[in-house]
Design a protein around this ligand. Sequence first.
Ligand code: UDX
Length: 445
Amino acid sequence: MTLRISVIGTGYLGATHAAAMAEFGFEVLGLDIDPEKIATLTAGRVPMYEPGLSELLVKHVAGHEGSTGRLRFTTSVKEAAEFGDVLFICVNTPQRKGEFAADMSYVDAAIDDLAPHLTRPALVVGKSTVPVGSASRLAERLASLAPVGADAELAWNPEFLREGFAVQDTLRPDRIVVGAHSERAERLLREVYAEPIAAGVPFLVTDYATAELVKAAANSFLATKISFINAMAEVCEAAGADVTQLSAALAHDERIGGKFLNSGLGFGGGCLPKDIRAFMARAGELGADQALTFLREVDSINMRRRSRMVELAREQCAGGFLGRRVAVLGAAFKPNSDDIRDSPALNVAAQIQLQGAQVTVYDPKAMDNARKMFPGLAYADSALEAAEGAHVVLHLTEWQEFRTLDPAELGAVVAERRLLDGRNVLDADAWRAAGWTYRALGRPS
Ligand code: UDX
């Protein structure tokens, strides 16, 4: 008999995971406490911008013409608990207010809510990013609260998906890591992931703590790589060197590689910043804080990028923002996403506005989210409209459409042809040839 799968939490991770499980051929029930989200997903729509996800939902959500009908959604915990042979926990673990540590309340609540309904053997699988040590604590709690006792087992299976590539990363991840403490748990997860395993995706079985750490370590490494190149950008700026040439040269060394070596405004989003902070907090609790003090530096280098961009913009406005118009291209924390959580672009826009400039923002997909979160900023419907009358244009999120902007067309509407490229991807020569002052972080002026 095919496995039945419940997915608890239908945010980015959960919605994509549920759709991918249906694509693998399982019967899937997605659970969320938010009835609006459930209604949206049931209608085959996605509450965020994620390429390919809506198509996958429509293909599988029951009630759509021609769909497999394998995927349904509910707000009933009891229904989800009773439905699944395997139950994935996909709720979020945000940074706690005023602290570095992760807020585990949603994960804890998911276990506490599910457990009393587990009256037959079930495998609960955590996918959320959690502080190391959480899984063993949650496994005990699960077994103690579930009517089936130890037959309600836990496994930990961290998720490495990137926003904007969520569907492809979920269907064909780089690797599947499973923290499992029984043969049954491992066997069930091999069955769940049979398709990617058959396609050659490595399946790595570890203990709970190692599985939890793989995620924290991976995100820390990526953040470190970005901050490393941004630290080099600071030195380049002081020495009159060019960080883009430097990173291109470094990338030829296969041991280093070119990925995540793009210098610019640094990292944001709902994962890297909070995950490195939560990791430091957890290491502190374990008495291993010294091992991760470098992550504090990684975080500071990253935040300094934002201040440096504000400073450069001020320089371009002849030393003061009062009465100046600033155009900001980009609001999402990265291209191909409408996510604005800890967005470097919006952080810079808000700082500049606070210092007296009139800031107008344009983003291809993240406008609605930006408007809600930063109602004080002005918004335009296109890059051209945002640039009207601007004394300086800031390119802060590297959407494809910004790379093909016509410098002459934009030049005709701005007050002054001054461009700051916060992502180091625009064609400096083309902009300069059209009479613009082009500046970027870590490159000679
Ligand atoms: C990240 C991890 O990549 C993913 O494996 C994990 O599951 C969740 O966190 P995501 O937050 O979607 O994914 O974004 P990612 O593509 O990693 O980019 C993170 C940030 O780093 C973005 O703000 C991006 O603009 C920035 N970045 C990335 C750089 O500044 N330079 C780079 O070279 C790469």
